[in-house]
Write a protein that binds this ligand. Structure first.
Ligand code: ZN
Length: 221
């Protein structure tokens, strides 16, 4: 089994076009940074689109792609579909390589599959948290990104039912990352640029180290 490290834990999704997941994420036709679709504001999903079999197929394809990567979130533009749809799922097995301390620092807990259509995100409170993020649309790299610690997201589920989710910690980070995708924003636009590095470099320097030590290395409070 492919083991995830702290820095690859948020490496997000890929595209699976075959029923059987590809063996390596690099085999997947992931839309990479530079592609225009990643910089567009995605279109809202209409009620007609929501009711169509095509839409359910898109959600299924996104979910399969996220799991195949494996990743913990995926936005439709990453599959070249400029619609406001995201999926999120953080399975316990993806967290197996992290220590209890690392999980606690990140406030990372298992999250069952959630689908948000036409989401609106609102920060709750003033607290923020900075940690490494990756993105399979920026394949092979990671950087520190400051995010709101707690957020509330409202939108529709995959059946078109209204839903609201107030959440903190790592799932809140994932949500902010994915909603950014729907607005044409990548973590590159928000990162502590001095911390940007290849995954092997970041892992070699910081894997397993306390968050405070990681942040101190870049002068981040
Ligand atoms: Zn991403």
């Amino acid at each position: 089994m492919r083991r995830l490290t702290a820095v690859t834990a948020l490496a997000l999704a890929a595209c699976a076009t075959a029923p059987r997941p590809p063996e390596k994420p690099m085999d997947l036709p992931i839309v990479q940074t530079g592609a225009e679709v990643l910089r567009l504001r995605a279109q809202p999903v209409t009620p007609e689109q929501l009711a169509s079999p095509d839409f359910q197929a898109l959600v299924a394809r996104m979910t399969a792609a996220m799991r195949a990567a494996p990743g913990v979130g995926l936005a439709a533009p990453q599959l070249s579909v400029s619609l406001q749809v995201l999926v999120l799922e953080d399975r316990a097995e993806l967290q197996a390589s992290l220590t209890k301390e690392e999980l606690a620092e990140r406030e990372r807990v298992p999250v069952p599959l959630r689908v948000f259509v036409n989401p609106t995100l609102t920060p709750i409170g003033e607290e923020q948290a900075t940690f490494f993020e990756g993105c399979l649309s920026v394949s092979g790299y990671a950087a520190l990104v400051k995010r709101w610690r707690e957020v509330e997201v409202t939108g529709l589920d995959e059946r078109g039912q209204p839903q609201t989710w107030r959440v903190r910690g790592w799932p809140a980070r994932i949500l902010q990352h994915e909603v950014d995708h729907l607005n044409g924003t990548l973590y590159l636009d928000r990162m502590v640029s001095r911390s940007f590095g290849t995954l092997p470099q970041v892992k070699a320097r910081f894997a397993g180290k306390p968050a405070a030590e990681v942040l101190a290395a870049f002068g981040v409070e």
